[in-house]
Design a protein around this ligand. Structure first.
Ligand code: TYM
Length: 329
């Protein structure tokens, strides 16, 4: 059975980009594959600098992962900091990746530029090494992610191949898997930038916990263009292309068919908002139910942590042996 690993940061509310680009694929995969999904709180520390926030977001994100449909009986949902092997293998990965490779990561360049007046943590730079550890610890074959994570999975492959070459065959080489539609959901106000909880303004982001009226308003105000013909062209009509992509991803209808159906932006916006509401309203209800029993949520996470730890500990031991570190016993 193929092994799947993918993770999400607890850095704020889950949005439509996360859902269409990643979470939905995770849910579909869980019945065919052996799936591991981490809430990567240590990654979130690269941008969080106040006490108390990450832990609360982590539990709420666990509720969201179960609300979108991950079934704790088949999917392993865990918290990164509860499985210490992530940090341990992360250091080894830092020693297997070069400064030059990390310097070429577009996500680091973008995030560091956006924080120029702020504190740029070294962890923001070494982030891909920890992400490589997340993936390689689970012998993952597939990593279902949005387009923005493509480069991070590529560098993970490079690191694994280098490690195997230096120390002998240790890690399975993973590959990124992207959904057919929804792999790159753009900001509704700035459709040339991806929808992102760390960089976009709230008006351009559809959160899974937004109420129906807010979602309708956000789509109504979505930026389009003055040309007023419905065509799919990401370059010259990014706003319209984004609406068509979202409608296609939520209804399953191919973009080519949708283009024929609409001649005006108004109905395209309304139908897209309605389709999104229909998709996420039930998730919101399940989320609220799940959060009403925080003890049970924490228990489900502990079960996931134990399963994750068993797999991760075996892989870390294999890596230590391959390197030839002195055994501790
Ligand atoms: P994160 O937390 O930013 O996002 C979680 C998932 O959502 C996808 N995504 C999107 N997909 C389509 N359109 C968008 N606008 C959009 N925004 C986000 C992301 O591609 C991702 O799949 N570095 C990762 C977390 C991570 C990870 C890992 C992922 C840490 N270790 C190991 C996979 C495997 C991140 O920041 O994702």
């Amino acid at each position: 059975m193929a092994r799947v690993l993918s993770c999400i940061q607890p850095t704020g509310e889950v949005h439509l980009g996360n859902y269409l680009g990643a979470l939905r694929t995770w849910v579909v995969g869980q019945h065919e594959k052996d799936v591991f999904h981490g809430i990567v709180d240590l990654h979130a520390l690269t941008v969080v600098d106040q006490p108390g926030i990450v832990g609360r977001n982590t539990l709420e994100l666990a509720a969201m992962l179960f609300a979108v449909g991950l079934d704790p009986d088949v999917a392993t949902v865990f918290v990164q900091s509860h499985v210490p092997e992530h940090s341990q293998l992360g250091w080894i990965m830092e020693c297997t990746v070069s400064y030059g490779e990390l310097s070429r990561m577009t996500q680091f360049k973008e995030k560091a530029a956006k924080r120029e007046v702020d504190f740029v943590a070294a962890g923001l730079f070494t982030y891909p090494a920890l992400q490589a550890a997340d993936i390689l610890l689970y012998d993952a074959d597939e990593v279902p992610v949005g387009e923005d994570q493509r480069q991070h999975v590529e560098i993970t492959r490079d690191i694994a191949i280098r490690f195997n070459h230096r120390f002998g065959d240790t890690f399975r080489i993973p590959r990124a898997v992207h959904p057919r539609a929804g792999a790159r959901v753009m900001d509704l106000q700035e459709p040339t930038s991806k929808m992102s909880k760390t960089t976009s303004a709230d008006t351009g982001i559809v959160f899974l916990l937004d109420d129906d009226a807010t979602i309708a308003r956000k789509f109504k105000r979505a930026v389009t263009d003055s040309d007023s013909t419905v065509r799919y062209d990401r370059e010259s009509k990014p706003g319209v292309a984004n609406l068509l992509d979202i409608l296609s991803a939520t209804t399953g209808e191919p973009v080519e068919r949708l283009v024929d159906r609409y001649s005006q932006y108004g109905p395209l916006k309304t139908d897209t908002a309605d389709a999104v509401v229909a998709l996420i309203a039930p998730i919101r209800d399940r989320y609220n139910d799940l959060l009403s029993d925080r003890g049970e949520l924490a228990r489900l996470v502990r079960v996931g942590n134990d399963r994750a730890h068993r797999v991760a500990a075996a892989t870390l031991a294999r890596a230590h042996t391959a390197i030839g570190l002195m055994p501790s016993t």
